[in-house]
Design a protein around this ligand. Structure first.
Ligand code: FES
Ligand SMILES: [Fe+2]
Length: 346
């Protein structure tokens, strides 16, 4: 059948081996959003974030450089930093109190004479690649991954049509967790086919006839060129879903970004951050955030029902339609390629 593609098998949506393969071959190999610049503004400020199950410390050094390290003590592998955010001049391990400075150097180890007993230079924290774009901080566990700007591809030029984050005000963050596989959520987020049924209120805020959906292989993302109704006139907007788990909503007056993190084969975390232009009033900000809250609740609700049925044994796989679901087809193809024959074997 022309224009029709077979979907991923249902048992890839609740399978621990597939989950581990995806962590190793997808989330470990791509850049991950770990913080925004405002969270690590002052020297010594830090956040911890998880990439493919690995905890990472992201900080601003005393020389004002953004750095990232694997959050594992080099003595006996205890988690070094147990806080999600804070400010410090050194990290001291809760297990045997080895201490590291903000450049990852081992400073002291109780009962051990550095230099005589061990070569401290061999026991520094393991650095992680880190890079900043549009005031967003990304980290990557893979030394061979392309640069952040190559990874973002054409997103960089799309963002150029909207105000930069540096001129906006950070407003709030929202955290949701849901008992679904991350691909269930990405299948849904990469298409606009469900918009009018699942999100009538969002649909009403758009001049939907003018929506254009494009798969951008340069940057591996799906772009939704949209037009917001604004009284008698209209305003442009762009929604982006970047493989594997990053959504961005650009408009002339606001920006929000959402990070999708798989926690297990059947559990996913979605975190959203919101920024607004300085002229946007409190009421309008609340409206934008509450519409976004409503949309995610609607998506999680339909995805929960789908997840239950994918796990029921009564659904193996189906067809996706090029005309209606090009983004979902593309995302599933990216997953298939990343898993290769390892996925097929399972
Ligand atoms: S594991 Fe960190 S000091 Fe021992
Ligand atoms: Fe949706």
């Amino acid at each position: 059948m022309a224009g029709v593609v077979k979907s991923l098998p249902a048992d890839w949506y609740a399978n621990d081996e597939i989950f581990q393969l995806e962590q190793d071959r997808i989330f470990s190999k791509n850049w991950s959003l770990v913080a925004h610049a405002g969270q690590v503004e002052k020297p010594g400020s830090f956040v911890t974030a998880v990439i493919a199950g690995i905890s990472v410390i992201v900080l601003k050094s005393l020389e004002h450089e953004i750095k990232a390290f694997v959050n594992i003590c080099r003595h006996r592998a205890a988690p070094l930093c147990t806080r999600e955010t804070g400010k410090t001049t050194r990290f001291t391990c809760p297990y045997h109190a080895w201490s590291y400075d903000l450049d990852g150097n081992l400073l002291s180890a109780p009962g051990v004479e550095l230099g005589r007993d061990i070569d401290a230079s061999k026991f520094g924290l393991i650095p992680v690649r880190v890079s900043i774009w549009n005031s967003l901080i990304f980290a990557c566990l893979d030394k061979d991954c392309v640069t952040l700007s190559d990874w973002l591809g054409e997103i960089v030029s799309i963002a150029g049509g909207y105000p930069p984050l540096s001129g906006m005000e950070y407003a709030c963050t929202r955290l949701n967790e849901c008992g679904i596989n991350w691909k269930n959520y990405s299948d849904n987020s990469a298409e606009g086919y469900h918009l009018s049924r699942v999100h009538p209120e969002l649909n009403e805020s758009l001049a939907t006839r003018q929506t254009r959906i494009r798969v951008h292989e340069n940057g591996q993302f799906v772009g939704f060129e949209i037009t917001y109704k604004q009284g008698e006139s209209t305003a442009p907007g762009h929604w982006v879903y970047k493989y594997p788990g990053l959504l961005m909503h650009f408009s002339l007056s606001s920006f929000n970004v959402e990070k999708v993190t798989p926690l297990s084969s059947t559990r996913t975390r979605m975190q959203r951050w919101f920024w607004f232009g300085p002229s946007v009033g409190e009421r309008q900000r609340e409206e934008v955030v509450s519409l976004s809250d409503q949309v995610i609740q609607q998506d999680m609700s339909i995805c929960r029902h789908v997840q239950k049925n994918l796990e029921s044994g009564w659904f193996q796989d189906s067809m996706l339609f090029h005309d209606r679901e090009p983004g979902t087809i593309y995302f599933q193809q990216c997953v298939r390629e990343a898993l290769g024959e390892h996925g097929d074997r399972l």
